[in-house]
Design a protein around this ligand. Structure first.
Ligand SMILES: [Zn+2]
Length: 481
């Protein structure tokens, strides 16, 4: 149930835009959007939901070069592709910021830099290290797997230059305490332990700038320095702030900062749960309350790759099967905090069981029985809608898949009760009572299902909250797979 304050802020990660959005992005967007809608539609909070594009990554420059385009042309094209994708997937953002936005982003990130300088946390040194462009990150030799980046499985480049460094080592104890005391909640446990282990091995200062030459034309200029631009993570993480008004709408920023939740993939946990926290502590800003970490999606049990030909295009599957069934699949079938699989066969099973034969059939049956009667029904009270401990416990602990399973079990129970009561064989008060019970239960489930299938659930909740209930068209037509 609602906590003391009535606002909630959440972000997706800030993807670089070297290609069209993939299924992993869409999983993350659905997860964040489900949590945002839960806070707004179910708990009634005022929600700020932000995202953006990381445009100062070398990966973008490489993609542009490969396509024979200028970096800025590429960025302008792909930022629009991403913004449109949020609309296509019905992700209701309230804030969006591009990393190349010189008016709304650059002054804010430069102000963050100056604050870290004022805390004596940014200094210059010559550095030689192993750099993975894919991760935009340095690795120590011990962190490599057979000499390769553990994320990208390619050898890093050797980079030597004079850079600015951030004094992360100074914040080791404070970050550790934040996590150990639960003031920074990393969901789930395995990812929390991973970060505790990482911090306890000793935090090293990290590079927060690179030469203008190595940045190849992209990047936010370092204040008072001609030859350095900011390291991409310093600038990309700051998008969480500049999307929320930092530097131009202080009232908005103060209303929603810090983020209640950053939703991220498991490959970038340390940037959010450690580096970012250090930067905010240095700048004297409040740190996020929760970092929500999700896993990766395989396709038919294998890592998706072009060479295997098993890449699932999220646009294609949505066009084929419908938006909300795909959203439901990703939220329920993919374990919320570990890796999961997408296969057309499993999708078809789940669609048939949970949606066509489950929710869809139940709504049609009950609506048909009710529509043939003179009965009037009463809407369920707000208290009743909010009394469902197992659902709320799961949602408040960010266990989306568990919450979806709880609601699915509810639908099964309603169905079973109908088969016991057999209202189609009853008459008068007994029939009305049986239908009223089913209708009340459907209202409750569809109300709570809104984070998972926003349009379908809201429509069904509304339909079954009316005093007179009409028959329904099938909600989930048979699939042609
Ligand atoms: Zn890498």
């Amino acid at each position: 149930m609602p906590t003391q304050n009535n606002t909630f802020s959440i972000t997706t990660a800030i993807p670089y835009v070297n290609a069209k959005p993939h299924l992993g992005h869409v999983l993350e967007w659905f997860q964040a959007d489900a949590m945002s809608r839960y806070q707004r539609e179910v708990l009634g909070k005022e929600v700020w939901f932000g995202a953006g594009t990381d445009e100062n990554s070398l990966k973008n420059v490489q993609a542009a070069e490969k396509a024979g385009k200028s970096a800025q042309d590429w960025l302008d094209e792909y930022a629009v592709i991403f913004e449109d994708a949020y609309k296509f997937f019905d992700i209701e953002l309230t804030g969006f910021r591009r990393g190349s936005d010189q008016k709304m982003h650059w002054p804010g990130v430069q102000e963050l830099w100056r604050r870290c300088v004022a805390s004596d946390d940014i200094y210059k040194k010559t550095y030689k290290g192993l750099y993975c462009v894919g991760c935009e990150s340095f690795y120590t030799p011990e962190e490599l797997v057979d000499g390769n980046c553990p994320e990208h499985l390619v050898p890093p480049e050797v980079v030597e230059e004079e850079n600015y460094f951030f004094r992360l080592s100074k914040y080791q104890e404070r970050i550790l305490q934040l996590i150990e005391r639960g003031e920074l909640n990393i969901v789930s446990e395995q990812f929390r332990n991973e970060m505790l282990g990482f911090i306890k091995r000793g935090l090293e200062d990290f590079s927060v700038s690179r030469s203008v030459k190595r940045a190849r034309g992209v990047g936010v200029p370092v204040p008072d320095s001609d030859d350095q631009v900011m390291y991409v993570w310093f600038d990309a993480l700051a998008i969480y702030m500049t999307a929320m008004g930092w530097g131009y709408d202080q009232a908005l920023f103060e209303k929603f900062w810090p983020a209640d939740v950053h939703v991220i993939g498991k490959g970038i946990n340390r940037f959010h749960s450690v580096y970012w926290i250090g930067m905010l502590l240095s700048a004297g800003l409040a740190t996020p309350k929760t970092v929500f970490v999700h896993g990766y999606i395989t396709s038919d049990g294998q890592k998706m790759s072009k060479s295997l030909g098993n890449v699932i295009d999220p646009f294609e599957v949505v066009n084929k099967y419908g938006l909300e069934p795909i959203r439901y699949y990703l939220l329920k079938e993919i374990p919320t905090h570990s890796d999961g699989d997408f296969s057309h066969a499993r999708f078809s099973e789940l669609y048939t069981a949970d949606l066509a034969n489950g929710l869809g059939n139940l709504c049609s049956r009950v609506a048909k029985l009710a529509s043939g009667s003179d009965y009037t029904f009463t809407p369920v009270s707000a208290d009743e809608l909010h009394s469902h401990p197992s659902y709320f416990e799961a949602m408040n602990q960010y266990e989306l898949s568990t919450a979806a399973q709880v609601l699915q079990a509810d639908l099964t129970k309603i169905d079973q009760q109908l088969n016991i009561d057999k209202p189609w064989k009853l008459e008068g008060a007994a029939q009305q009572e049986s239908l009223a019970k089913a209708i009340a239960s459907i209202q409750k489930v569809t109300y709570l299902l809104q984070p998972f299938m926003p349009k379908t659930a809201a429509k069904m909740y509304k339909h079954f909250s009316q005093p007179k209930i009409d028959a329904l068209q099938p909600l989930f037509p048979r699939l042609a797979i």
